[in-house]
Design a protein around this ligand. Sequence first.
Ligand SMILES: Cc1ncc(COP(=O)(O)O)c(C=O)c1O
Length: 366
Amino acid sequence: MKAVVGRASPSPELADRLAVPMRASVRHLAPYVAPEEGREGKLRLDFNENTIGCSPAVLRALRRITPEQLAIYPEYEAATRRIARHFSVRPAEMLFSNGVDDALRLIMDTFVESGSTVLIPEPTFSMYRFFAEIAGARIEAVPYDDSVRFPMDAILRALASSPRVLCLANPNNPTGTLLDRAALRRILDAAPRTLVLVDEAYFEFAGVTVLPWIRQRSNLIVSRTLSKAAGLAALRLGVLFAREDVADALRRACTPYPVSNAALIAAEAALSDRKFLSRYVREVLASRKDLARGLQKSGVRVFPSGANFLLVDFGPGGSELVRRLARRRILLRDRAGEFGRDGFVRITAGTRAQTRRLLRAIEEER
Ligand SMILES: Cc1ncc(COP(=O)(O)O)c(C=O)c1O
């Protein structure tokens, strides 16, 4: 596995080789360094994916796709109606996106102008900063404190100057921090002129949601994804929820066909198999508990998490441990870079059997 997954350092010479200048906000960015290929077959505890694969109902639905369905441009109306019903929202309050990643681009394209301020508590999902930077935003990053606690007071203070957008993952990646509804209400109340994205990518594992609030609040967008609990990361399907007028604004900047027919068919099948989802979530929550207990017993610091992963601090030697486990085909995500010191690692909780395998390997390698 490559030591670094994220952004490589920018290469200024590229600008000199191009016939046409890049947009100023892109010039200083570096290409994304994806994790090494070949994760298939390994114990993948590095990307918070579903570790057993999607519901068999999804595969059945995909096998039924006809050549005609692939030949025509996607039609969204009927699927939107059904999926909106699943989430108890009106179709006009919902938009599909090519993963939450692309939803972030849409939000920035719609609401952020060059020089607008985007407020981001960090560390968090790196794509918030990425798309805000491309849009030319001024990033106001508010750091988590040394105990890895959400910086509530600093966020409330920053909201007083009305940044254009606040990006909030709840639960947060990579810390696992979960804000309750009272905390989210305080934030939204303090943000009358700020669009607050509450990214609920890990909602299924946390059970906390502000989705029902979209109707009363014109400063709220909620995002969900089929990439995590539902196990459809490869198909790329995100869903955005917002009050009708906010959703209308987003539709103005949206491409006509943001998601494929196959992704929609798979998503409907995945959402319909509630039993599979709830069984998987229960398994992961039990496994997360085992993982936390097992690590704490051997003296590893574990941070509270509302998601399908744990942030842990192995102390010095954490990065080396991640490399050794990778050689044993167990992938974890080294987060030393984000925290400024060796030891911080993010570990996806899969099944209890996968956690047992991991704990055994950690014991042998530490
Ligand atoms: C908080 C958060 N939001 C969004 C995503 C990406 O979602 P998608 O696969 O739908 O682009 C991730 C993936 O790691 C995430 O951690």
